[in-house]
Design a protein around this ligand. Structure first.
Ligand code: ADP
Ligand code: MG
Length: 486
C-alpha cells in the first residue's frame, strides 16, 4: 500500500457513500435479485482511509463470503469510479471497525473447519493419482484428513447413521443403492460433517476412480453463481451429471430461489440416474426453508437418520481420542483420569464441546503451567458446564403435544376447519412454534395446512395478548412448554 492519505476525507465521505449506493445497484442488476439480497443488500459503506475502503457486514458469514467471492469484483467497480481506492475490506458491524489496517480479524478458518471455503487449499491427503473430491473440473470443498470412520466414535446415538454411511461408502460399483438419498439430520456438533466426510473419504479410498464430490452448500452456491457469472451455458446439473456420489453438507444454508431450483434439478437428475446422494442438515427435509415440497419429499424419500446426543461411554471415547492427539503434540501432557471422567459427566452436549473442552484445558495448562485437575477444569470450562442441554422442540412435537392436550387430532390442527374447539388449539400451536423454534412465520404457516404468514402472525399476537388476561390459558401454555421440554 502506498499510503496516499486522502486530503478531504470527510468531505469525500458523502461522495463515497453515493458511489457505494451506485455500485450496489449495479451489482443488483448484474447478479439478480436473489444473489443481491443474499450477499450485498446489507453491506454498508463504513469508511475510507489510506486507500482502503471498509464495508461493514451484518455477519461473519457474509463477510467471509464476500471476501472470498466478490472482493475483486467490488474492488474493480470502486476503482472504475475512484482511482484512489486500492483495496476493499470487510468488517462485521457488531465489532468496532478497525481503521484501515490489518485484515487479521478475518483470519482464515482453522484447517479443521476449512470446508466452508471454495478457495480452501486442496485437500492434502489425496493419493497423488486420485482425482479425489472433484468431478468434471469442479473442485469440491476441502476434506479434513481426520474425519474418517476410524476416528468416529460409534454408539447407540449414531449407530444407525454410521451403519448406513458405511453401507453407502462401501457399496460395490453398480450395486443397487438402498439408501438414496442418505439424509443425516442433527443439531450442531453431533458429527454430521465428520460422518459425511468419512463417507466421501472411505468411498474414495476404496475406489480412487470413483467420482465423489463433497460440497458444503456455500460452495454449491458459489459454484452456481460463478457458472452464471461466467455465462457458462452448462448448468450445474450438467456439470455434475457424471459424478458417482454427491455429498452436500449443511443444506439448511442453501438459500436463494434460483440456487434452490438448480439444486432441485441437480438432485433429481442424480437420483433418477441412481447416483448416490448424501446430505446433512440441522433439520428434517420438511423443515428446510424455501425448498419446493417436491424436492424436500424427494430428499426424505431415501433414508433419514438422526444423530443424537452421545451417552457417557461415547463422550469418554471422544475425549480419549482428543487427548491422545494432544499427547502426540505435548509429550509431557498430564491429563488425569478423574478429570476425563469429570468432563465426560459434565459436558453432555456434543462432540464439538467435548473437543473444545480438551483443547481449552490443554491450552491453559501449556500457557499457565497450571496442572490439569478438577478445580482448574471447573474454572476453565465454566461456560460449557453452564450450557445445560436444552432440547429444542420441533413443529411436529408441538403439534403432537397440543393435539393430545386439547383432544383434537393432528389432521384437524392443520385442516381448514374453523370451529372454535380447533381454532384455539391451532393458534396456541402456532404461537408455541413461533416462540420455541427458529422457524419463520411463512414456514410455520406452511406446516399448518399452507396458511398465510399473516394468519400465523395474527395467531401469535392473539395468544400473546390473551396470556396477560387469561390465567387458565397461561397455565396451559406453561404445561405445554414443560411437556415439550422432556
Ligand atoms: P456437525 O457437522 O454436526 O456440526 P462436526 O462433524 O463438525 O459436527 O463435529 C464436531 C466435532 O466433534 C468434530 O471435530 C468431530 O470430529 C467431533 N465429533 C462429533 N461426534 C463425534 C464422534 N461420534 N466421534 C468422534 N468425534 C466426534
Ligand atoms: Mg458441520
Amino acid at each position: 500500500m502506498t499510503g496516499v492519505l486522502p486530503v478531504k476525507e470527510n468531505d469525500d465521505s458523502d461522495k463515497r457513500q453515493g458511489v457505494w449506493n451506485e455500485i450496489k445497484q449495479m451489482m443488483r442488476s448484474s447478479y439478480g435479485e436473489d444473489i443481491y439480497s443474499s450477499w450485498f443488500e446489507r453491506l454498508e459503506y463504513a469508511g475510507f482511509a489510506g486507500g482502503v475502503v471498509t464495508l461493514s457486514t451484518p455477519t461473519q458469514f457474509i463477510k467471509h463470503w464476500n471476501q472470498n467471492n466478490y472482493g475483486n469484483d467490488i474492488l474493480k467497480r470502486w476503482q472504475s469510479s475512484d482511482k484512489a481506492i486500492e483495496e476493499v475490506r470487510f468488517a462485521v458491524r457488531s465489532f468496532p471497525l478497525k481503521k484501515a489496517d490489518s485484515g487479521s480479524a478475518s483470519a482464515p478458518h482453522k484447517s479443521g473447519q476449512a470446508q466452508t471455503a471454495a478457495t480452501a487449499p486442496r485437500r492434502q491427503i489425496d493419493p497423488p493419482s486420485a482425482p479425489a473430491n472433484s468431478a468434471a473440473g469442479l473442485e469440491g470443498s476441502a476434506l479434513e484428513p481426520r474425519y474418517t470412520f476410524t476416528e468416529f466414535v460409534e454408539g447407540p446415538s449414531n449407530a444407525l447413521a454410521v451403519a448406513a454411511g458405511k453401507k453407502v461408502a462401501f457399496a460395490q460399483p453398480g450395486e443397487r443403492i438402498q439408501y438414496n438419498p442418505l439424509y443425516v439430520s442433527a443439531p450442531v456438533g453431533l458429527g454430521k460433517t465428520h460422518l459425511l466426510q468419512a463417507v466421501a473419504q472411505a468411498a474414495l479410498a476404496k475406489n480412487p476412480n470413483m467420482r465423489v464430490l463433497y460440497l458444503t452448500s456455500e460452495t454449491f452456491m458459489y459454484k452456481f453463481v460463478s457458472a452464471m457469472r461466467n455465462k457458462t451455458t452448462l448448468t450445474f446439473k450438467d456439470i455434475v451429471r457424471d459424478i458417482d456420489m454427491l455429498v452436500i453438507d449443511d443444506l439448511q444454508f442453501l438459500n436463494g430461489a434460483r440456487v434452490q431450483e438448480e439444486f432441485g434439478h441437480t438432485i433429481t437428475s442424480l437420483l433418477d440416474a441412481q447416483r448416490q446422494v448424501v446430505i446433512a442438515a440441522d433439520r428434517a427435509p420438511a423443515d428446510l426453508d424455501g425448498l419446493e415440497t417436491r424436492i424436500s419429499s424427494r430428499l426424505g424419500g431415501g433414508l433419514v437418520v438422526e444423530l443424537e446426543v452421545p451417552d457417557y461411554a461415547m463422550r469418554r471415547k471422544i475425549l480419549d481420542r482428543r487427548i491422545a492427539t494432544q499427547r502426540a503434540q505435548f509429550d509431557d501432557l498430564d491429563f488425569p483420569d478423574d478429570v476425563v471422567d469429570f468432563v465426560a459427566r459434565s459436558v453432555t452436549t456434543n462432540g464439538r464441546d467435548l473437543e473444545g473442552a480438551v483443547n481449552r484445558l490443554v491450552a491453559h495448562n501449556q500457557l499457565t503451567a497450571q496442572p490439569i485437575n478438577i478445580k482448574m477444569a471447573e474454572n476453565a470450562l465454566r461456560d460449557l458446564l453452564r450450557a445445560r442441554e436444552t432440547k429444542k422442540p420441533k413443529i411436529e412435537d408441538i403439534q403432537r403435544v397440543v393435539s393430545q392436550h386439547y383432544g383434537v387430532s393432528k389432521q384437524d390442527l392443520v385442516s381448514a376447519r374453523r370451529t372454535r374447539t380447533i381454532v384455539m388449539p391451532r393458534q396456541i400451536a402456532m404461537f408455541l412454534s413461533k416462540i420455541l423454534t427458529p422457524r419463520s412465520l411463512p414456514e410455520i404457516g406452511r406446516r399448518f395446512g399452507n396458511r398465510d404468514h399473516t394468519t400465523v402472525l395474527h395467531a401469535v399476537r392473539k395468544i400473546d395478548g390473551l396470556l396477560e388476561k387469561d390465567a387458565q390459558l397461561a397455565e396451559d401454555i406453561e404445561t405445554l412448554k414443560r411437556l415439550l421440554d422432556q
